[in-house]
Design a protein around this ligand. Structure first.
Ligand code: ATP
Length: 544
């Protein structure tokens, strides 16, 4: 992972936000190449969802033809949106602060990893992992290793595996007794505050007066924009259920522990789609989107042995969800066997549209969703009161559509494609000595630059020939680069490192017979192609 982060900085993919002021934790800037890569990821998603979608034919596995339309909603929405969606009351993490080191911990991440230390009469430390289960998930040994890594009380053995640092015994303490927890860097145990709720929404104030009633939130997800515009879309573009509304854009979450590069940031981009369908078809659509979204990542280059589709267990489901599956990727920062979420595909039933009609919903004693009421018997967070039912003029049926939601992160997808693409191999340099070659094997559709035009030397008409070709690529709308500086091997390596799939070399023969060399980044194969066919050849490969 360190190598990938270094490459991102060195070659202008991703920088720390406000770096010259020491950076800002949880915020990132995309550099000249990163912005192109992320745009290509988003464009590939939008093409798949909207632009290339044929609403008159039924794709394989789908129950019926369907429409897909887009939206671009405001980042700040009416505060009632978040009250009805449940984010205002429920979108929080439990956190705990260390009074001495001022470090902040997310309780759910380190629960089961608390370390309780005791010193015996001989001064030897005894460490305990504090967990409420006799046998922690994944087994005790696994828990110990994770705890050691988390708290940095680790030692690597000769094989590089993490082992328990303490020569003392390891056991399980049955309670979450924070008084005995020793935070790394703290001088004594017991410096953690009891866990408390922390809402992840960023708060802001609207207007100049700034009273309590002017408080608003930066959206923590893009999804709500689609629900509150459901009626607008149905009334204006004449879509019929089943149909989907997609949106991509920024979301904000005040994450307690942003980490793992851009994986968990406080400002990030989401690519979300809400698919509205008849309740009787919702399970079939859920299956369709679940499988199709998994396939999208494979098609764009993630390897199947590092990608998985994991169905949530019943106790993991949100209070409204009938079924959820996550597309997950084994990022280099994950522990062996662990994966990080790229996208969640959820069957949300009629929860969202009903919440915005009736008010915030909770499960009642019978397990059904009902409007939450206050002590006065009135809805705690009233809905809009608007009729968000759908009327099917063919079946003459009125119903609240069910929703299937594939919710992806553009930054996580970009990071996964970068991680997957990173390769090193050995290649002989100009003197025949083996050199490590770093290359990004990005899918050509995602690569920031598609082609580099490189005259072999800076004379004999080669630069003019090359520049002319470079301009032709630009006119054809193919992102290209012209480079005449340094030895050709060095220029190839620069392009390999940023993932450019093809290099075109102009040499002496080019001027004589009007051909150029086309070099492939991954196979290193070089073929000669007529000058007047090369732009079409690259365009054809990009289409393929
Ligand atoms: P996690 O459990 O990792 O916090 P989540 O289940 O809360 O994620 P969702 O609310 O389902 O995430 O959001 C949909 C997608 O948005 C996620 O799959 C992820 O790709 C992206 N995402 C969510 N939170 C972040 C974040 N803090 N930084 C970057 N991407 C994020």
């Amino acid at each position: 992972m360190d190598k990938i982060v270094a490459l991102c900085k060195r070659r202008g993919f991703i920088f720390q936000s406000s770096e010259i002021y020491g950076g800002l934790n949880g915020f990132w800037d995309y550099g000249p190449l990163g912005v192109e890569l992320k745009r290509n990821v988003k464009e590939a998603w939008w093409r798949d969802m909207i632009t290339n979608h044929d609403e008159f034919s039924t794709p394989a596995g789908a129950p019926s033809p369907f429409s897909m339309v887009g939206l671009d909603c405001s980042l700040i929405m009416h505060p009632q949106v978040w009250k009805c969606s449940g984010h205002y009351d429920l979108f929080h993490d439990m956190m705990s602060d260390c009074r001495e080191t001022k470090r902040r911990f997310r309780f759910d991440q380190i629960r089961g990893r608390w370390i309780h230390v005791e010193r015996d009469s001989r001064g030897q430390h005894h460490y305990y992992i504090m967990t409420d289960a006799d046998t922690p998930e994944g087994g005790l040994e696994d828990t110990v290793v994770r705890a050691c890594k988390f708290f940095d009380v680790r030692r690597k053995d000769a094989e590089g595996a993490f082992t328990w640092q303490s020569p003392g015994m390891v056991g399980i303490s049955p309670q979450d007794d924070l008084s005995k927890v020793l935070v790394p860097g703290a001088s004594t145990p017991g410096t953690l505050t009891p866990p408390r709720e922390f809402n992840l929404m960023f708060k802001t104030t609207i207007g100049a007066l700034g009273g309590a009633e002017d408080a608003a939130f930066l959206r923590p997800e893009t999804a709500q924009g689609m629900f509150v515009n459901f009626k607008n879309v149905v009334d204006t573009v004449r879509v019929r259920v089943p149909f989907g509304i997609a949106q991509m854009g920024k979301s904000f979450r005040n994450e307690i522990t942003p980490r793992n590069f851009t994986f968990r940031s406080r400002e990030f981009e989401q690519m979300e789609m809400e698919f509205f369908c008849h309740p009787s078809q919702s399970r079939a659509w859920y299956q369709y989107w679940r499988d199709r979204r998994y396939q999208w990542y494979l098609t764009h280059g993630l390897a199947s042995d590092r990608l998985r589709l994991r169905d949530h267990a019943a106790d993991e489901l949100s209070h409204y969800s009938v079924g959820t599956a996550d597309v997950e990727y084994a990022f280099p920062f994950c522990e062996p066997g662990e994966f990080g979420e790229l996208e969640g595909v959820a069957h949300r039933g009629d929860f969202d549209l009903r919440s915005h009609m009736e008010g915030k919903l909770v499960r009642d004693s019978t397990g059904c969703l009902a409007v939450e009421t206050g002590e006065d018997g009135k809805p705690r967070h009233p809905g809009s009161g608007k009729d968000l039912n759908y009327f099917d003029d063919q079946s003459r049926e009125r119903f609240v559509p069910h929703v299937i939601e594939p919710a992806a992160g553009a930054d996580r997808a970009t990071l996964a494609f970068l991680c997957e693409a990173y390769h090193e191999d050995s290649q002989p340099d100009e003197k025949g000595e083996l050199q490590t070659r770093v290359l990004l094997k990005l899918h050509p559709k995602l690569a920031p630059l598609k082609v580099a035009v490189l005259p072999l030397v800076k004379k004999d008409g080669m630069p003019e020939f090359g520049l002319d070709l470079y301009r032709e690529f630009k006119r054809a709308g193919i992102p290209s680069y012209y480079d005449q500086q340094a030895a050709i091997g060095k220029r190839y390596r620069r392009q390999d490192e940023i993932g450019t799939p093809w290099c075109i070399t102009v040499d002496g023969q080019s001027l004589a017979d009007q051909t150029v060399t086309l070099r492939d980044r991954d196979t290193l194969e070089q073929i000669r192609v007529p000058r007047d066919r090369i732009v079409d050849e690259i365009a054809k490969r990009l289409r393929g």
